[in-house]
Design a binder for this molecule. Sequence first.
Ligand code: SF4
Length: 207
Amino acid sequence: MTDNQPIALPEEAAPLHAVSCQLCELANQRSRVIWGEGNPEGRIIMLLDNPGAREDREGRAFVCGTRATLQLGAAEAGLDMNDVYVTYVLKCRPVRKYDKETARNRCRAHLLSQLEQKRPKLMICLGNVAVQAFFQDPEAEVKQLRGSWYDIAGLPTTVSYHPLAVRRRPVLMRMFVEDLKRVAARSVEIGGASIVPSGEEQPEKGN
Ligand code: SF4
């Protein structure tokens, strides 16, 4: 374990075209649209499922369990969080039942616009919801896909467990750190030109 203390990463404000988004029914549940946090120019994007209560309440910059576990894993893996941007499949916090498939499909346009604008080099999807949404495969699961790289929407993409799952099941931490180490190593390998997302899913390639 390390002595690193988790910190609240700076939030990036939603752009004007998205700040009042009404594309799905979550517009009626959220307090606000949450675009992402961390380094907006970071080479690595981490994808979570959706914002939680912490993010939904503007100005509450404490470090939740998800972030604490994520940063702990990153520190253990030697992954520089200064090179990371964290965002969500859904940019709004759900508080009631909703049509998940429709919301994920509609919010994908925002995610793809982020990738096009930011041009990151690597993606890691954290948790089955993020994996299924980004891979556009409702059967995709972390435990089957982790350990390899895939070309999704033009981005080298890998997967790991949701930090909250790791927090609840500490036995997962070893694999979580392994997965983040893979990202750190790949980040060093491809330190050159940035990747331009194509928006199209490509055939799988191994690691
Ligand atoms: S979840 Fe995404 S698509 Fe739905 S209202 Fe929020 S920003 Fe728009």
